[in-house]
Design a protein around this ligand. Structure first.
Ligand SMILES: Nc1nc2c(c(=O)[nH]1)N[C@H]1C(S)=C(S)[C@@H](COP(=O)(O)OP(=O)(O)OC[C@H]3O[C@@H](n4cnc5c(N)ncnc54)[C@H](O)[C@@H]3O)O[C@H]1N2
Ligand code: MOO
Length: 418
């Protein structure tokens, strides 16, 4: 077992031992939002499938308009009208034009479309007063997607535009990885469920609901939720049950050095190998990671903010890797701090903060108290400021770097509301 690893070493150890789960499911397209493709998707045909008009006008032959001028307009006979959804039945022969609507197929013989506004219309003729360039105003077949092109590769998470594009290709079901199954075990004699009556000395189990919701946000499936006292046998029994049904196991609490901190003993008791204990990070220092039969156990601190932060920085990349995603580590951004942080950071520290854009600048605002038990400052937090070990207090206006752990558009929506 290694002691005191850096966050990056911890991530490397965890990601190095995990492979995407290979269970596959075929889902109806509308049910696939947020899921991860388990195979490449190739376009079954060109989109658009035919040369089409991008506007309402007339399909003509450029050749016929070569000599056109305002004092020498060319008169063409309109022989047919093609609305979107129909196909032309005639060919544009010399001297003729076909009235065509946006999205309709270009008739044979035509090589340019001229807008209604650019011609003079009479009963069944049009006057063209300038030469037209061959190919203008025609969207060629395959302009958006070419037949056989890989439109989305294995490991891509399905978002709304991708679902829209697959629909445009006539694809109504997609192959995805099954959801990653997560077990969450909360340890602590003090824990009560929020549905229970409060009792002196007890606290409500917030970690379970916090982590369960985060798993769901990420498209994972919490399959095993347990709350157990600080007893080695109880924790070991729960771990055993969790390892049987889940791909990844999270425990919270009992990770430190007190006599009730029994999780590491329980991990040993089920025959799992502890890979490391303690990360050089605050909060979240007493985190341990263990492995059993290719499955990973994350033993996180009981303190809610510490549990959440290590979950986001360490367990989320693992979840993403298991779910088949390609980009698994949290992205980073830089910005200007708008409120001061008075404490020194002898150890590397993650601070809960919120990104916002103002007058073109990236601003970073601490969301509240930063102690490891405080949940309130997590609510609006979408980034974690990475404060290197040995940093003195942070001043307003200072440039800082942060990990993105939440949805940045939430901050923009907030800005727009103001
Ligand atoms: N002598 C030392 N004491 C502590 C150290 C240390 O190095 N030496 N480290 C401190 C740090 S830092 C942290 S972080 C915590 C980690 O403690 P544990 O992981 O063992 O967690 P617990 O003691 O079980 O709980 C800590 C705190 O969190 C509350 N808690 C626990 N579970 C939940 C839950 N499911 N929902 C909400 N809150 C929960 C618990 O009641 C405690 O208040 O250790 C320090 N001590
Ligand atoms: O590890 Mo504790 O969460 O440092 O604060």
């Amino acid at each position: 077992m290694r002691l005191n690893v850096s966050l990056e070493e911890a991530q490397e150890i965890v990601l190095g031992m995990l492979r995407p789960i290979e269970r596959e499911a075929i889902l109806h397209l509308p049910d696939s939002l947020g899921r991860v493709l388990s195979r490449d998707i190739k376009a079954p045909f060109n989109v658009p499938a035919f040369d089409k008009s991008p506007l309402d006008g007339y399909a003509v032959r450029a050749e016929d308009t070569k000599m056109a001028a305002s004092d020498n307009p060319v008169i063409l006979h309109v022989i047919e009208e093609v609305p979107a959804g129909s196909v032309p039945t005639k060919r544009v022969e010399p001297g003729s034009a076909i009235r065509i609507m946006t999205g309709a197929p270009i008739p044979e013989g035509a090589d340019v479309v001229v807008r209604f506004e650019d011609v003079e219309e009479a009963a069944d003729t049009i006057k063209v007063s300038q030469p037209l360039a061959s190919g203008a105003n025609i969207i060629p077949a395959g302009d958006d997607v070419a037949e056989g092109e890989v439109v989305a590769s294995t490991g891509t998470r399905l978002n709304a535009p991708l679902i829209g594009m697959l629909a445009s290709l006539g694809i109504s079901s997609v192959p995805v990885y099954q959801r990653v199954r997560v077990a969450i075990i909360n340890t602590g004699n003090e824990l009560l469920d929020p549905s229970e009556k409060w009792l002196p000395g007890k606290i409500y189990n917030s970690n379970r609901y916090l982590l369960e919701a985060r798993c769901k946000e990420l498209g994972a499936e919490p399959v095993y939720l347990d709350s157990v006292p600080d007893e080695e046998t109880a924790v070991a029994e729960s771990l055993q049950g969790a390892l049987e049904v889940a791909d990844l196991v999270i425990t919270t609490g009992g990770a430190s050095v007190g006599q009730y901190d029994v999780v590491k003993n329980a991990i040993n008791a089920v025959g799992a190998e502890i890979l490391f204990w303690k990360i050089a990070l605050k909060p979240g220092m007493p985190t341990a990671v263990a492995r059993k039969d290719g499955k990973v156990i994350f033993s996180l601190s009981g303190n809610p903010a510490a549990a959440m932060i290590t979950f986001d920085l360490l367990a989320v990349p693992a979840l993403k890797k298991l779910s088949g995603m390609k980009e698994v580590l949290p992205p980073t951004i830089t910005g200007i701090l708008v409120n001061a942080f008075q404490k020194r950071s002898p150890q590397r520290r993650m601070l809960r903060a919120k990104w916002k854009k103002q007058n073109g600048s990236d601003l970073i605002e601490l969301t509240g108290k930063q102690s490891n038990d405080v949940l309130k400052s997590l609510v609006e937090c979408n980034i974690l400021i990475d404060v290197p070990a040995g940093t003195p207090s942070l001043a307003v206006g200072q440039h800082v770097s942060a990990y993105v752990v939440g949805n940045l558009t939430d901050s923009l929506v907030g800005e727009l509301k103001c």
